[in-house]
Design a protein around this ligand. Sequence first.
Ligand SMILES: Nc1nc2c(ncn2[C@@H]2O[C@H](COP(=O)(O)OP(=O)(O)O)[C@@H](O)[C@H]2O)c(=O)[nH]1
Ligand SMILES: [Mg+2]
Length: 322
Amino acid sequence: MVVTHAPIAITIDCAQPLLPHLHTLVRSMLSEADGIEVVLRHGEPQVRVVNEVVQSPEGRPDVRQVLLNGGARETFSLRSGLDQTVSIVVPALNEAENLCHVLPRIPTWVHEVILIDGRSIDHTADVARELRPGIRIVEQRSRGKGGALREGFESASGDIIVTIDADGSTDPGEIPFFVGALLAGADYAKGTRFAQGGGSSDISLLRRLGNLVLTIMFRLLFRNRCTDLCYGYNAFRASALPILRPDSDGFEIETLMSARAMRAGLKVVEVPSHEASRVHGQSNLKAFEDGWRILRTLMRESFTKQQQPAGGEPMARPRQLA
Ligand SMILES: Nc1nc2c(ncn2[C@@H]2O[C@H](COP(=O)(O)OP(=O)(O)O)[C@@H](O)[C@H]2O)c(=O)[nH]1
Ligand SMILES: [Mg+2]
């Protein structure tokens, strides 16, 4: 087994229902007594999961975890050979100049990278193929960022889907944080720029205020304590797609998916993330127009009854981690 990354840390909100799952996980790992080291230490103020991402012999991601829980510190190794595959979905509209800051930095252990080209006029697709041979390019048929993501999700074959931007603002080096949260038992890992460990050098004051208001509404309407509604860096289990039903076209897509995840009671955790400035070009988001679409989506989702996933099938629960 080869360690491909320095140890990294993520913080998981201890009030989320993820906690019981982690207890179960730790117990099941301990009962297997397979390469387990247990260290107890007191005085830790909150629950944290520290993940070390390693590469299994099959080239797939595997994690080693330290659970800091209620003053106790428990260290355990997950056995290698997790068969979770990871798809990275990248919507791109005229991002040829920015792709060199994104594609080469995506970890080599991901199963596939899918770029959805929104009929760019700047050779985005050619540059992507050059930078990342083997990348899958989907020529977008639908409209908007939402349409692009939807088409990306339809093409993705991984167990875990991570969405990142093509403009250099989302850091591919954070992908293990998101994957780690899902491997630890979450269904939906929501990036946040506004919790400890996150930040943004890209967001304008107007957008920051708009996002704050919309996030407060999201918290009230969907009863949660999320800190950042409108951020494009997220990850989720592909098995959750029938619940998330990402069927909108514009920048409201993340709001739609978050609302449906919350309403369905999926295990949603936040992952602190730092958003850098877009490297070249300008944002495609129109603050008022898209803010209005997000507001409408929030209202509509809060008044709509939860729909059964297509086919009436309940969501496949995450596979056990061992
Ligand atoms: N394929 C596709 N990608 C889009 C479209 N609109 C935006 N994107 C991509 O979505 C990501 C985020 O868009 P951006 O304009 O940076 O918005 P911001 O980050 O909210 O300011 C970038 O990678 C864009 O290239 C679209 O209509 N089609
Ligand atoms: Mg951007």
